[in-house]
Write a protein that binds this ligand. Structure first.
Ligand code: AMP
Length: 624
């Protein structure tokens, strides 16, 4: 019992091609794009060498908005038309934004997502985000020298469906193909290669300019699951700047920042931020503020003093972390790794506090501003199918193709490798022999053309196919893989509905190294494999022709003269011999062509005879 493919041909994986793919961190304050080149993920800089694009867009009467630094530079001067932190408005209605009243924008309250009135007309948060994404797309395409085939965009783990859909819409508007949205903490974990561990629970501590997020992830069977998220959407690096500014004011007899003129407030906040950043690598920093009367206030801040000023803020992040752990029903001892994300985790006081809290040194070697985009780039590269035989695999894609044995010991791939999980594909097969009532299905894994070179996963049998001529039955074979990598194979005869089912764990027992070796073998063997497939297919055609001729001779040999019969027999013998001796494809094809030629007249006579039989005894009236 064997199978013959009759439908949906050409579903197997296309030959390997490098496709340009990128990871995009669409952040609240900054956004960036990264890609994998020569197996290394790196962030792509703009023409001035800056990787971070401030997530700020300014709309004027000009056709094109200003995006990034030019927009940020005009923010104080034109606050109404300069949209910053638009991520907070994605997928949100005005009623969802309690902070709206304190923002300088002209919000438009509408049934769907909130709108923004600008000098260039009404803009939705999706359009503003699309302008940021378009800038990154142009940057990436200029730097990579081609069109991006697909991108991964990161979103906070707590984003709901509306926020995720808004992000997808923005990408679409920017002309990008989204391979997948990826949770930001998962991207950070991938950048550190944590997905290559077998199992583990990880904490991702993300302290940015204005927000704090903590996520607890569990890696199980190669898939990251978000166990808990928490944080504070109004706690970030800016609060540390404010604490320094407040301390500075107090030192100069001013009660609070609000007592200063707006321009002095801005200057002091900038000086405070610079001092904070200096203290990440120096023991002390000087803060100076020039007044309109030309007097200058100055103060030196030591790292120890700053640690005191910031202690309460850090304690708030740890309280939120404790809550997230409680939600996940875990203790700090259950955490197998801690990852630091966000520019504010450069502060030594934050690093020390996190290390003390978890009792382990956090992972912090990758630039905390880039880590999310780098992880997204790594996964984009995998999903685009560019990872090949280098031993690196992400397990929430299917690492090797899955298929089914067909006639001649060949493999028909049903799920191509690197399909993202979960996935499902189906193909139709039919019977090979007249009256065939059962089919055996052999499920295999691998990239090679021949079953013998692939890994056998399971065998199942479908019984109860109604007897019919070869090729009449329609058996639909479906492959389904869930997020845990569990493969379910179902074969169903379409007319009767009889079906059979089996479940297998495809990656079970294979290490990444073994998978990589199998891929390499497939690449090395691609030419001989193609030749083998051509030969096997020619053998199948020849065998069918031989069987059909034999059956025709059994019933209608009388239609041939002795000479004609001898010629057909001779041609049959040649084909039989070519099959038996495993002759080369050219010889086999030549023998089969001769046999087809020798049986041409025979076929015509059989056709005439069967028409004569059908018409015998019937008059013309019954036929029209
Ligand atoms: P992000 O939103 O992740 O880009 O983080 C921006 C925040 O990181 C701002 O508050 C920056 O002041 C802060 N930041 C950047 N570099 C440093 C540094 N070297 N030390 C302390 N904070 C920093």
């Amino acid at each position: 019992m064997a199978l013959l493919q009759i439908a949906e041909p050409g579903q197997s994986a296309a030959p390997h091609q490098h496709r340009l793919a990128a990871g995009i961190d669409l952040g609240t304050t900054n956004s960036l794009v990264a890609t994998v080149q020569s197996a290394v993920a790196r962030a792509l800089p703009d023409e001035d060498g800056a990787c971070l694009l401030p997530s700020v867009v300014r709309y004027t009467r000009a056709a094109e908005p200003e995006v990034g630094r030019p927009a940020q530079a005009r923010q104080a001067e034109d606050p109404v038309n300069t949209i910053a932190s638009v991520k907070r408005f994605m997928g949100r209605r005005l009623a969802d934004l309690p902070e709206a009243a304190s923002l300088p924008y002209r919000f438009i309250d509408q049934t769907g997502m909130v709108g923004l009135a600008t000098a260039a007309g009404e803009r939705s948060p999706v359009q503003v985000s699309a302008d940021i994404l378009r800038t990154l797309r142009v940057r990436a395409e200029a730097s990579l020298g081609g069109e991006l085939a697909g991108v991964i965009i990161t979103v906070p783990a707590y984003f709901d469906d509306a926020q995720r859909q808004a992000t997808r819409d923005a990408a679409h508007l920017a002309g990008l193909t989204v391979l997948r949205l990826l949770n930001e903490p998962t991207a950070a974990a991938i950048a550190y290669g944590l997905d290559r561990a077998a199992e583990g629970v990880f904490a991702i501590y993300d302290l940015g300019g204005g927000t704090f997020d903590i996520s607890i992830l569990r890696l199980s069977k190669g898939v990251f699951e978000v166990l808990a998220t928490g944080g504070d959407s109004a706690l970030g690096g800016d609060d540390f700047d404010r604490a320094i500014a407040q301390w500075f004011c107090n030192g100069h007899g001013v009660e609070g920042l609000a007592m200063l003129a707006p321009s002095a407030q801005r200057s002091l906040m900038m000086a405070a931020r610079a001092a904070k950043e200096t203290l990440s690598h120096a023991g002390s920093a000087v803060i100076a503020l020039a007044h309109a009367d030309r007097s200058i206030w100055q103060a030196a801040l030591s790292r120890a003093q700053f640690a005191e000023l910031g202690a309460a803020l850090v304690a708030r992040t740890l309280a939120a972390t404790r809550r997230a752990l409680r939600d996940a029903k875990l203790g700090t001892g259950d955490i197998d790794g801690v990852v630091l994300v966000g520019g504010s985790t450069r502060m030594p006081l934050v690093r020390h506090a996190v290390q003390e809290f978890f009792g382990r040194e956090p992972l912090a070697d990758i630039d905390p501003d880039q880590v999310v985009a780098l992880g997204a780039a790594i996964q984009a590269d995998v999903l685009a199918g560019n990872r090949n035989g280098d031993g690196w695999l992400l397990l929430d894609v299917c690492p090797l193709s899955l298929g089914i044995e067909t006639m001649g010991g060949l493999v028909e791939k049903i799920i191509p490798r690197n399909s993202t999980l979960p996935t499902a594909r189906a193909q139709e097969f039919t019977t090979f022999k007249d009256g065939q009532t059962a089919m055996s299905l052999h499920v295999v894994q691998g990239e090679r053309e021949s079953v013998a070179d692939c890994r056998s996963l399971a065998r199942l049998e479908l019984r109860g196919i109604p007897p019919a001529v070869a090729g009449a039955a329609r058996v639909r074979v479906s492959f389904q893989i869930d997020t845990d990598g569990l493969l379910a194979v179902t074969a169903r005869e379409q007319t009767t509905g009889v079906e059979t089912h089996v479940e297998v764990k495809p990656s079970y027992g294979l290490t990444d190294v073994e998978i990589a070796a199998m891929l390499q073998q497939a690449i090395d063997a691609s030419l001989p494999d193609m030749q083998l497939r051509t030969l096997r297919e020619a053998q199948i055609d020849a065998r069918r022709l031989l069987d059909a001729t034999e059956a025709a001779l059994d019933s209608d040999a009388a239609l041939l003269s002795a000479d004609e019969l001898a010629a057909v027999r001779r041609a049959m013998f040649q084909v039989g011999e070519a099959l038996e001796t495993d002759a080369c494809v050219d010889l086999l094809k030549a023998a089969a062509t001769d046999l087809a030629g020798a049986t041409e007249t025979f076929a015509a006579r059989r056709m005439n005879a069967s028409i004569r039989n059908a018409l015998a005894g019937r008059n013309l009236d019954t036929l029209v």
